[in-house]
Write a new protein. Structure first.
Length: 139
């Protein structure tokens, strides 16, 4: 049976979003994740499929089981908890935050999303990943 993989769609010029990808890469011991910048053709295609504006770069998404005929899209705090749950101990302990209602989690996520460039910085273009992990990044 083929392993199900999940696609992280992230803002390629956001320093915080790039940090997220660099955080997940070494902790993804089961090779669950692939990555695509929101500015790229792969992400734009998925965003259109799910009725999202491909020019709206204010969050990151996870396309769960993206290689199957039944993928699903998660965004914002739900995407973050999904990723952490698959990284194993101790990161999967973050699922306890699911007990906090979304109407409380979402505004906190949105605050960080709105200010991420100011607080964490922005690149002029999407940084290239290291050669040894480049195969995990889709255009």
């Amino acid at each position: 049976m083929t392993q199900l993989r999940h696609l992280i769609l992230y803002d390629g010029v956001c320093a915080l979003c790039n940090w997220l990808a660099r955080f997940v890469l070494p902790r993804d011991r089961k090779d669950w994740f692939r990555y695509a910048p929101l500015q790229g053709e792969t992400a734009r295609g998925f965003l259109r499929t799910y009725g999202k504006n491909p020019d709206d770069l204010d969050t990151f998404y996870v396309i769960a089981d993206y290689e199957t005929g039944a993928p699903s899209m998660l965004d914002r705090d739900r995407a973050a908890l999904f990723v952490l749950a698959r990284l194993g101990f101790p990161w999967n302990l973050a699922v306890v935050f699911r007990i906090i209602p979304r109407f409380l989690r979402r505004p906190l996520y949105n605050l960080v999303a709105r200010r991420r460039y100011k607080w964490f910085g922005k690149y002029d273009s999407c940084p290239l990943p290291a050669q040894e992990v480049r195969h995990k990044f889709l255009p």
